[in-house]
Design a protein around this ligand. Structure first.
Ligand code: DC
Length: 225
């Protein structure tokens, strides 16, 4: 089974997808982390975030991988654990620019489809239902108000000991939403056959339950067919 979970920044996609994947024993693929890794590779290579050719060159000699850590999945670039570095404000502020480059998207989509292969996967991102896995068995589009998404991110940062102004986070989220949904290639968009779920007033457990129910319903339907 292939499950696509799309939606804007901080709508709860990865938190929920990780839990569902663990419960159902599916492979979880965080595609946002892959674009973040590309952004980090550009930064470390001292390449401009808009220089597609040079970033692609760097990617030729870079390996982006996911590995299961003790608690959660970790992201590696050339064998180095970058799980935390890819979440820093510098990377967050520039990932929309890097992820809008067509050549980078082409490469990442190829890699994502390869990772999905024939496995039971749950993949989260912006274009999974529209582009990466257009034939996914289930497509969910998570949305939530900007205020609630900013609050979640704020609490998340606080837990990690990072201090960031709530109003600033809200501004960042709005800017990223705008850039992600207005880029030319595979913008953030709900697939025509996706089920929209507004998580503004839902707890993580409630969202997990809803998605799990949708998957089980789909599984039953597919076994009948
Ligand atoms: O989910 P995230 O916030 O970690 O994603 C980081 C950025 O990567 C996001 O602002 C847009 C980009 N992205 C994308 O363009 N396509 C995806 N499938 C996933 C993320």
């Amino acid at each position: 089974m292939q499950i696509a979970i799309d939606g804007p920044a901080s709508a709860g996609k990865s938190t929920v997808a990780k839990i569902v994947a663990k419960n159902l024993n599916f492979i979880y693929i965080d595609t946002g982390a892959m674009y973040r890794a590309c952004t980090l590779i550009a930064k470390n290579g001292k390449v401009d975030y808009g220089d597609e050719a040079k970033i692609l060159d760097l990617l030729e000699n870079s390996k982006i991988e996911f590995k299961n850590g003790e608690k959660e999945q970790k992201v590696f670039v050339n064998g180095q654990d970058v799980s935390l570095t890819i979440r820093t404000p510098e990377i967050t502020a520039n990932v929309s620019q890097v992820s809008a480059l067509p050549g980078i998207r082409k490469k990442m989509v190829e890699l994502q489809r390869e990772m999905a292969g024939q496995n039971n996967v749950i993949m989260d991102g912006r274009d999974i239902g529209t582009t990466v896995l257009p034939h996914a068995d289930l497509k969910v589009f998570l949305v939530a108000s900007v205020a609630s998404r900013a609050k979640r991110r704020y609490l998340d940062f606080e837990e990690k000991g990072i201090n960031q102004d709530l109003a600033e986070i809200e501004r960042d989220i709005e800017q990223r939403d705008y850039k992600d949904s207005h880029r030319k290639i595979s913008p953030l968009k709900k697939a025509a056959d996706a089920i929209e779920l507004d998580t503004t007033n839902l707890t993580i457990d409630e969202v997990v339950k809803k998605i799990t129910e949708l998957i089980e319903k789909k599984q039953k339907k597919e076994t009948k067919e």
